[in-house]
Write a protein that binds this ligand. Structure first.
Ligand code: ADP
Length: 370
């Protein structure tokens, strides 16, 4: 390197050191100012809070913030503050009142946008306290509940409408006993459908209400399959469908026996409903060291790949007209999914149109200690 080169390099190094030192000094000064503004005790309190908490300064920076604030993406330990929070703080100072609002925060460069609820209280001219919570899940749950209520009223309208129409028909045909009998049969069917729908709505609300399974008894999974078969026997006989239990071991799980019977029964009912007369429905129980699986296999109409992801959604039916014929409510699989989840398990489907379907519930195995 020439001497000029050395000189330039030395100057650049010197300048770099100078800038670094100045930055460190500035940071140290900021720290001193922040410490003076936010005493040690207050910091300890803020650090202990579960919510995101930030002490905001008028220069749109954070005098102090806790870990949760960083995790939520509203303030960094170096004092950088989310612009939305700074705006809220300015409004709080201007009005002298508590201000609260949802602030959008993007997680990472390509990350999801979350809605953070921020509440800013002006403390004095120099400081304001911002408390933040992630309400994304709560809002999604509220939206789901609202949508569920709308769906429920819509679904209830169908059988109720059918019943009142049939009642009108009976009135009109009061002189023709045969017609009246036919309408009565249809009314009974609609009433059954309504009862099933209401029972399932209650069941799914209970399962989704966050109530976890309370009954944690030892459950013999083979017994569950036999009881589900018992319940479905009449429907199977009506279609001459053979129910086969393929059970070679008797593993146990911990959970709510009635709920597990209901889940397997729903799968067996579907297997019967979506199979042709004379077909066969098999339920097999298998186990590994850690898990137990119940698979319900049919040779029925099968399910298109595009529908397979959605069939576990509430009220989703691949063919509403056919579901109406079979008395389907669109809630059965959703109940199965939630029963499995409540038992820390899962349900999966394999299916091919015109070949058949296999639904498998997998649950953690319970091993009695020797
Ligand atoms: P439903 O009461 O309508 O049967 P489910 O939630 O139990 O409601 O099932 C949702 C949809 O998934 C059904 O409408 C049907 O289209 C499809 N489905 C469920 N099980 C089967 C099966 N074994 N074979 C074919 N299709 C099925």
């Amino acid at each position: 390197m020439t001497s000029v080169g050395w000189l330039v390099a030395a100057l650049a190094f010197g300048a770099g050191m100078l800038v670094g030192t100045l930055l460190l000094r500035r940071r140290a000064k900021q720290d001193v100012v922040a410490r003076a503004l936010v005493p040690h005790r207050t910091r300890q309190v803020i650090a202990a809070l579960q919510s995101g908490a930030v002490i905001v300064r008028p220069d749109r920076r954070a005098a102090f913030s806790n870990h949760s604030a960083a995790a939520l993406g509203i303030a960094r330990p170096d004092g950088a503050l989310h612009a939305g929070v700074a705006d809220l703080a300015e409004r709080a100072w201007r009005t002298g009142e508590v201000v609260e609002e949802e602030v959008e925060v993007r997680r990472g460069v390509l990350g999801a946008v979350i809605q953070v609820h921020v509440r800013v209280t002006p403390i004095d001219d120099e400081l304001a306290l911002a408390v933040a919570n992630d309400n994304t899940e709560q809002r999604a749950a509220e939206a789901t509940r609202r949508e569920f209520a709308v769906n429920v009223s819509h679904e209830l309208k169908t059988p109720i409408g059918a019943l009142s129409l049939l009642a009108e028909n009976v009135e009109d045909a009061s002189d023709e006993p045969e017609l009246v009998r036919q309408f009565a049969v249809k009314m009974r069917r609609e009433a059954r459908r309504l009862t099933k729908l209401i029972q399932e709505i209650i069941e799914i609300s209970r399962l989704q209400g966050g109530e976890s399974v309370l009954d944690h008894e030892e459950v013999d999974v083979v017994g569950v399959v036999h009881e589900a078969f018992e319940g479905a026997r009449l429907a199977a006989e009506n279609k001459r469908i053979e129910l086969v239990a393929d059970v070679r071991i008797r593993p146990l799980v911990l959970g709510d026996r009635d709920l597990l019977v209901m889940a397997v029964r729903n799968l067996v009912d579907n297997a019967i409903a979506y199979s042709d007369a004379g077909a066969r429905v098999t339920a097999s129980v298998t186990a590994k060291d850690e898990s137990v699986s119940v698979a319900v296999l049919d040779q029925g109409i099968g399910i298109d790949t595009k529908d397979q992801e959605r069939i576990f959604e509430r009220f989703y039916r691949t063919d509403p007209a056919r579901a109406r014929e079979t008395g389907g409510t669109g809630l059965g699989l959703s109940i199965v999914k939630h029963v499995a989840l409540q038992h820390s398990g899962a349900v999966t489907v394999w299916s091919q149109p015109s070949v058949g379907s296999t639904f498998t519930i997998t649950l953690p195995r319970y091993q009695e200690s020797p």
